[in-house]
Design a binder for this molecule. Structure first.
Ligand code: SF4
Ligand code: SF4
Length: 154
């Protein structure tokens, strides 16, 4: 991860995002990485990391977050919510970040047009991952953090 320049951070950003979501839905994150461990998009987009994006929001890295292509890749499958010990759903955060990025002029509309082509692929990927999980005995909320998944996969 690149070093963070704290001088360029926006301390209100976290609060603004938290208010938009309606609850303090970000602060309890303790960066355990369970969300990243189960995220199907992460499997195909190396840089996509919900834990990292949440951490960047917590640090107030508004410009980096809102101008990042990565906030558009969440396919809203909620796999991360099902394993987060703190009940945090990145899909809800992603939707707000996307809205803010549009409202505040951070988005390249050509990029958004291009994204239309990959949306279907991401949706299929997320759907098939969820089906696989159900088939393999979905364990319900908060039962399969990433370190358990890694141990199981060995
Ligand atoms: S699973 Fe929850 S607590 Fe863990 S890093 Fe992700 S958002 Fe934070
Ligand atoms: S909602 Fe799905 S795609 Fe988005 S961060 Fe969570 S697990 Fe990844």
């Amino acid at each position: 991860m690149d070093p963070v320049d704290l001088k360029s951070t926006d301390h209100d950003f976290t609060e603004v995002v938290a208010k938009k979501i309606g609850l303090e839905k970000i602060r309890p994150c303790y960066t355990c990485g369970s969300c990243t461990g189960v995220c199907p998009v992460r499997e195909v987009v190396d840089d996509f990391d919900p834990r990292r994006l949440i951490h960047m929001v917590m640090l107030g890295m508004k410009k980096d977050v809102l101008s990042s292509d990565l906030i558009w890749f969440c396919c809203l499958c909620n796999s991360c919510l099902s394993v987060c010990p703190q009940g945090i759903g990145f899909s809800r955060i992603a939707k707000e970040l996307q809205k803010m990025a549009v409202e505040e002029g951070y988005v390249d509309h050509e990029f958004l047009k291009g994204l239309e082509h990959v949306k279907g692929y991401l949706q299929d990927l997320c759907r098939s991952t969820m089906f696989k999980k159900v088939r393999n005995g979905f364990r319900g909320p908060h039962k399969m953090p990433c370190w358990q998944k890694a141990a199981k996969d060995k």
